[in-house]
Unconditional design. Structure first.
Length: 317
């Protein structure tokens, strides 16, 4: 009977989930909220300032800086989709999240992560062309190519993440609604289902290997080629300058992928990793890169550093 089936389906989908935060560390929630809150404020300030400076300064409308602006936008979405809810859990303001809000949160968290991964790959390619084929740089990295890369980053992450909404909606949850986490992520939701989730596991596995996984391999390859070209440069000065430009990018890449992959693999294989360690890592990859990216790039880039201090100085007067 169709209406019975529909009724059955809705009763199997919980109206909402209850987020427990750091299960096992409940007594520390108030203390944990302090670094979370400070890191989030730093991420918002840093990325907004970076965006403002890049958008308003004509001299910064170059490929590298436009990619930085995209990175800042992805960082803002990544941290804002998760941290405010985590803080409301820590402060016991509201631990509940509706089923659809949970799917929306999961969608935007993973979407911005994959978009950011795509932008980091584009930045590695940008550095590769700038160092290994500088004469062709201006003809390769036109404004239209950069716009296309931005659209491709969004389209790619959308195509990867869209199916997960249906993969999660089709599952019965048998009124399991308690989630020992600070925010909703794909496997965290799937694990609450009272059915076979192997499709979700394999889909998650395949997309992780095919999007961030492939990106990190290609980024690695571009860096090997860059370093090879750098050490062929005659002057020590040129070598240092090239290594300098790449080192900030390399820092960002390590910060971005390490906690994310660790979190991903503990979900699949880490049965004996303490649960709060896993949740802490899952929070690090949505908090650390958004907070540190603007700092690393501003510290490492003289041009941006000057412009940022000009803006801050102007407003401070």
């Amino acid at each position: 009977h169709p209406t019975m089936a529909a009724l059955n389906q809705t009763s199997l989908q919980p109206a909402s989930f209850l987020l427990l935060g750091m299960a096992g560390l409940e007594d520390l929630h108030t203390w944990l909220s302090i670094p979370f809150c400070l890191m989030y404020i730093a991420a918002l300030l840093g990325n907004f300032i970076l965006l403002f400076v890049i958008v308003t300064e004509r001299s910064l409308h170059e490929p590298m800086y436009l990619f930085l602006a995209m990175l800042a936008m992805a960082d803002l979405v990544l941290s804002s989709s998760t941290v405010p809810k985590a803080l409301s859990v820590f402060w016991s303001l509201s631990k509940e999240i509706s089923f659809h809000a949970c799917l929306t949160q999961m969608f935007f968290t993973h979407l911005s992560f994959i978009a950011e991964s795509t932008i980091l790959l584009a930045m590695a390619f940008d550095r590769y062309v700038a160092i290994c084929d500088p004469l062709r740089y201006a003809t390769v990295f036109t404004h239209s190519l950069i716009a296309r890369i931005g659209l491709a980053a969004i389209a790619r992450s959308f195509c990867v993440m869209f199916p997960t909404i249906f993969l999660l909606q089709r599952l019965p949850y048998c009124s399991h609604s308690i989630m020992p986490h600070t925010y909703c992520e794909h496997m965290g939701i799937a694990r609450l289902a009272c059915a076979d989730i192997s499709v979700n596991i394999w889909y998650g596995f395949a997309t992780t290997l095919l999007s961030p996984g492939v990106d990190i391999v290609l980024i690695g390859v571009s860096y090997v080629l860059i370093l090879r070209a750098v050490f062929r440069l005659s002057s020590k000065d040129a070598q240092l300058k090239a290594v300098g430009t790449c080192s900030s990018h390399a820092c960002v890449i390590l910060m971005f992928y390490t906690p994310a992959f660790f979190s991903f693999f503990t979900h699949r294989f880490g049965r004996n990793v303490p649960h709060h360690v896993h949740i802490l890592l899952a929070n690090l990859y949505v908090l650390l890169p958004p907070m540190l990216n603007p700092i690393v790039y501003t510290m490492k880039n003289k041009h941006i550093r000057e412009k940022v201090s000009q803006v801050l100085f102007r407003t401070g007067q």
